[in-house]
Design a protein around this ligand. Sequence first.
Ligand SMILES: [Zn+2]
Ligand SMILES: [Zn+2]
Length: 256
Amino acid sequence: MRLHYDLHIHSCLSPCSDDDMTPNNIVNMALLKELDLIAISDHNTVGNVAAVMAVGAEAGLLVVPAMELCTSEEIHLLCLFPDLAAGLAVEAVLRTEDPFIRNRPDVFGAQLLMDAQDNPVGTEERMLIAASGLDVDSALKLISGAGGVVVPAHVDRDAYSMTATLGVIPAVYGFRTVEISRHAEADAVRREHPETGGLSFLVNSDAHHLWDISEPVHAFSLQERSIPAVFQAIREGKGFCIDLPPCGTMLGNAGS
Ligand SMILES: [Zn+2]
Ligand SMILES: [Zn+2]
C-alpha cells in the first residue's frame, strides 16, 4: 500500500514553532492533507508525543514517536522510536548528559507541554534548541540500543546537518536513508554529495507552522501501515515511492 508521510513535524514544545502546533491541530491538518502517518520530532524531547499519539489513535492516524536530536557537534538527527517508552528512555539520558541551559521564552519562544485536549499542562525549562551532550557516535549507539532508527536530518542544508559538519555522510555509519528538505532538488543533492548515490531520500516538511505540514506527495510503498514496516524501509533504504510529483526524480535507490 502507498502511505503518504511526514515524519518531521515540530509541535508547540519546540521554541521555534508556532504555539498553535497543538496535538489536535497537527493531527487534523495531517488528515486534511490526507497523510497516512506522521512523526512529532521536537528538539531533544518527546514531551508532546504521548498527546499527539493519543489524538492520532482516536482519529486513525499513525503517529511515530520521534525526536530531532542535536548532537554536541550540532548535527541534527531525526530519531524515530518503536514506542514512546524508548523515546522517554533516550530523553532521560539526554537530561543527564546535557548541560542545563534555561530557556528564555521571551527570546527563543515558549516550550509548551500539552495534553490530548490541547490544554497546556506545563512548560519545559531546559533550552531544547541547545546542542545535547551526546556526540554523534554516542547518539547513534543510544538510539539503536533503544530499538530506534536514525535518519540524518536535512542533509541538503549548510547548517545543523551531517554534511555541513562532517563534510560527508560517512559510510561507516551504514545509513541507507537520509532526509532532504522538501524544497531540495534530489539530483542536485546527489551531485553535491556523491556518497548519497546509493541512499534513499526521505522528504519531510520540518514544519514549524501548521500550513507547512506536507501535502500527500511523498510516500512509502509498504505491506502494512505499521512502525516496524516503516523502520524496515528506512533501515534498508527500500520501499520508497520514487516518481511522485513534484520531485519527478529518483528518491529511492535502484530497485526500491
Ligand atoms: Zn533540524
Ligand atoms: Zn526540525
